[in-house]
Design a protein around this ligand. Structure first.
Ligand code: HQG
Length: 180
């Protein structure tokens, strides 16, 4: 399998496991899991060539570890990034003092005014590494990185989750916790 094909499959899995399972007639359970065999069957019906081996390759090698199997490896889900409502059943975690959020320059002034607001996704996404935040911001335009006073937020009662692939998730970051 070429790198290009792996990226294509990862993108397609992101679409169906995070945003639009209905495009292939798939259902996720309340925790975001899809049956692997059904996923393969539904994809093949839609003319998307996919098999167990390709999925295992993508799960194992995906740069951001976007997907996980359950223990029995009969179910698969996206580790984060959903726009559809799923309960990942993550337990809350104490965040480090500072986390980073990468965005595009054109969003800086509304963010300074309203704080970080989740848009289509289920959470605001934060990263431990500033370099990751730069990459995330670049997806939207000229990158700009906010530091978030997450230690202070935690003290003030805000709740944080850490996805299985290391992305920090929270509901909302009021502007007063942003540093720039
Ligand atoms: C911005 C990738 C205006 C926010 C990454 C961001 C991540 C505001 C955009 C994951 C705002 C939402 C998520 C406000 C926030 N006014 N704009 N008040 N508050 N925004 O894609 O964090 O590669 O939903 O700054 O690694 O960019 O897909 O979130 O620019 O973990 O696996 O609204 O996606 O993962 O954009 O990215 P997104 P994100 P994958």
């Amino acid at each position: 399998i070429t790198e290009k094909e792996a990226v294509r499959i990862s993108r397609f899995l992101s679409l169906v496991l995070r945003h639009q399972p209905e495009t292939i007639g798939l259902m996720l359970d309340e925790n975001g899991w899809a049956d692997v065999n059904l996923l393969i069957e539904k994809c093949n019906q839609q003319g998307v060539a996919l098999n167990r081996e390709l999925i295992e390759h993508v799960v194992a090698t995906n740069t951001k570890k976007r997907f996980s199997f359950n223990e029995q490896k009969d179910l698969i889900r996206a580790n984060q990034g959903h726009s559809i409502e799923v309960d990942l059943a993550l337990s809350s975690q104490v965040p480090p003092e500072i986390l980073f959020h990468g965005t595009a320059e054109r969003f800086v002034s509304p963010i300074k005014e309203h704080g970080l607001i989740k848009q289509q996704r289920q959470h605001v996404h934060l990263s431990a590494e500033e370099s990751t935040a730069v990459q995330v911001g670049q997806r939207h335009g000229k990158p700009f990185v906010f530091s978030v006073l997450t230690g202070q937020m935690h003290q003030d009662g805000f709740v944080f989750y850490l996805s299985d692939n290391g992305v920090w998730l929270t509901d909302h970051v009021p502007a007063k916790y942003l540093s720039f």
